[in-house]
Design a protein around this ligand. Structure first.
Ligand SMILES: CC(C)(COP(=O)(O)OP(=O)(O)OC[C@H]1O[C@@H](n2cnc3c(N)ncnc32)[C@H](O)[C@@H]1OP(=O)(O)O)[C@@H](O)C(=O)NCCC(=O)NCCS
Length: 194
């Protein structure tokens, strides 16, 4: 379907080259967390997470916020490249509160990227976004990855404030590869240089 969620600035048209050994995955964090982050299964219903973020879809243009349907959401979820991983975040009571996509190796720079982070709109500002991002950072850090990247549209000011609060810094401004939308590339150092 050619969708590209806002932060998929790394996306090239077409499929990604697979440059990760088959089956290789970053290890899970050993520390217990109040929020679980597990691989998405086809049974996971992410409709509410998508439908509760109309502002985000307006900014990105990836979906018409007034016409979000389960089949549409399923189609977007199934549109992952081979080196991407989809993760579902659940609160302690089992409710799905968020969704994240990661790219293990960017086809050009080789670094890991967060491709999408979406928190259920009814639960913004409760710390879930920070918890998910921190878990992702810990996983990549444990895997020896030095820097984590993401793209955020220039018109998504709240997301920029969020990532800045988490220590991400601007490293570039460029059109995203899918739709040429002006996109800030942000990065966070996970390991000391050298
Ligand atoms: C951006 C998003 C992921 C943030 O997740 P969240 O769970 O609401 O954020 P958190 O509660 O973890 O916020 C952590 C910190 O980020 C900053 N922050 C988060 N949202 C903010 C906002 N709307 N305005 C200003 N600062 C914000 C604050 O410093 C916050 O700490 P505080 O609440 O103690 O002040 C979430 O709002 C979302 O899903 N938005 C729609 C999709 C989107 O834009 N995704 C990112 C694409 S790049």
């Amino acid at each position: 379907m050619g969708i590209v969620a806002t932060v998929r600035a790394y996306r090239r048209p077409g499929r990604h080259r697979l440059d990760l050994a088959p089956g290789a995955r970053i290890p899970a964090s050993p520390s217990p967390a109040p929020l679980s982050l597990t691989p998405r299964s086809r049974q996971d219903d992410l409709y509410e997470v998508y439908a509760s973020n109309p502002e985000y879809w307006r900014f990105s243009g990836d979906l018409d916020p007034d016409d979000i349907t389960r089949p549409l959401v399923s189609g977007m979820l199934d549109d992952l490249g081979p080196d991407e991983e989809a993760l579902v975040a659940r609160a302690e009571d089992g409710r799905i509160v968020g969704y994240a996509e990661i790219l293990h190796h960017h086809p050009v720079d080789g670094h890991p990227w967060i491709g999408l982070l979406l928190i259920d709109g009814r639960h913004h500002r409760k710390g879930y976004g920070r918890m998910i991002a921190t878990q992702l950072e810990n996983r990549f850090r444990m895997a020896g990855r030095s820097t984590l990247y993401l793209g955020v549209l220039t018109n998504n000011l709240k997301a920029q404030q969020f990532w800045t609060a988490l220590g991400y810094r601007r490293v570039d401004l460029r059109p995203d590869r899918a739709k040429a939308r002006p996109t800030l590339v942000l990065a966070k150092q996970l390991l000391p240089p050298g």
